[in-house]
Design a protein around this ligand. Structure first.
Ligand code: PLP
Length: 342
């Protein structure tokens, strides 16, 4: 099920009696793969800043890629904002997106431009975040379960039925986790580990942010998530904490791409330039409550956001794991060997 939000033109048009700036400035069809609150803030603020009307569709990263693929002969989206970097790289390789060089590139962290260069200038980093374990500290304490600190802990029988993670077919987060395990352990051991983990997993959720929300609600003890999302839940008042794995962990370069054949190309480029500015990047935290590391160097790391410089990160091979065939192969293997287990 997709969540589709149409910002009604009437709500965002100029006051009565003036020519509507939206009519003058046109429309942007925005595919958005971050949390709905952030997507809405972006749509509203871009419209306010430019007069361009925004039709926004929010879906997970894997789902957005599938939609863009399905619509390749008749593109309906103009820009794809956010979501994990690997599917953006796959889209670039499949010629589903188009190259663009923004005048704002110079303001970005090097990792955002690495993504841009690796994608043939088709995808650019808009934020970064690391994978880890979110947990409900009250629930685990009540059950007398010590929180996980290492990947090895998660396969322990004390976590039987306590862990939630997303399904990599729809979720970019879940794919980053698989690619991380493969890079940490080697492919055979990673799949053996995921099969060992399976009895401890109570559900493979559709969206990458579903499991941490389930932790916040006390429906599951532990989630595999981006750790910035654990802080979002804690800031909302839930008893949520996180650890990053002692063996090391993977991370995402959340990305943005212009869709090939975009009908509203001028508006798409205007949005792309806007989304790289400091004020637009502050919205993730200020309007959406999100705690990723912004890619604009002037946009501050939000208070209490995980500092990637202090997390033991692997040297994630984005070129290899962002390749369309590798992504497809690993997800199909996961379907066969893990997702289909009883
Ligand atoms: N929401 C937030 C806040 C994220 O950081 C990300 C990752 O880029 C996503 C959503 C993507 O979610 P999914 O795993 O469903 O593709």
């Amino acid at each position: 099920m997709q969540r589709r939000l149409l910002i009604p033109a009437i709500a965002l048009a100029a006051p009565l009696g003036l020519a509507s700036p939206a009519a003058a400035q046109g429309t942007l069809n925005l595919y958005c793969s971050v949390q709905i609150e952030w997507c809405q803030a972006i749509a509203t603020n871009f419209n306010r800043d430019t007069g361009i009307r925004v039709n926004m569709t929010q879906r997970g990263s894997g789902e957005s890629l599938a939609a863009i693929r399905a619509e390749a002969q008749n593109p309906r989206g103009d820009v794809w904002f956010g979501g994990t970097g690997d599917p953006h790289l796959a889209a670039a390789e499949e010629n589903l997106t188009q190259a663009y060089e923004s005048g704002n590139n110079a303001a970005l962290h090097p990792w955002a431009l690495t993504q841009w260069n690796q994608s043939g200038r088709r995808a650019i980093g808009v934020y970064a975040g690391a994978v880890g374990f979110g947990y409900n500290s009250e629930l685990l304490a009540r059950k007398n379960i010590a929180p996980p600190t290492c990947w090895a802990d998660l396969a322990d029988p004390r976590f039987r039925g306590e862990i939630q993670v997303a399904n990599p077919n729809s979720s970019g987060t879940a794919y980053v986790i698989i690619a991380t395990l493969v890079q940490l352990m080697g492919e055979e051991e990673a799949f053996a580990y995921m099969r060992r983990l399976h009895p401890n997993v109570n559900s493979y959720a559709r969206s990458g942010t579903g499991p941490i929300k389930a932790v916040a609600r006390g429906e599951t003890g532990v989630s595999l998530s981006f750790v910035h999302d654990a802080v979002t839940e804690r800031n909302a008042g839930f008893p949520v904490a996180y650890n990053t794995p002692c063996e090391g962990t993977g991370y995402e370069i959340g990305s943005m791409s212009i869709i090939r054949g975009a009908r509203n190309i001028a508006q798409a480029r205007r949005f792309y330039d806007w989304a790289l500015t400091e004020p637009a990047q502050r919205l993730g935290f200020e309007a959406g409550g999100q705690l990723q590391q912004p890619s604009n160097r002037s946009a501050p790391l939000p208070p209490n956001a995980p500092d990637l410089g202090r997390i033991r990160l692997i040297e994630y091979d984005f070129a290899k794991y962002g390749r369309a065939a590798e992504r497809r192969r690993l997800i199909e293997r996961w379907d066969r060997e893990v997702g289909s287990l009883p």
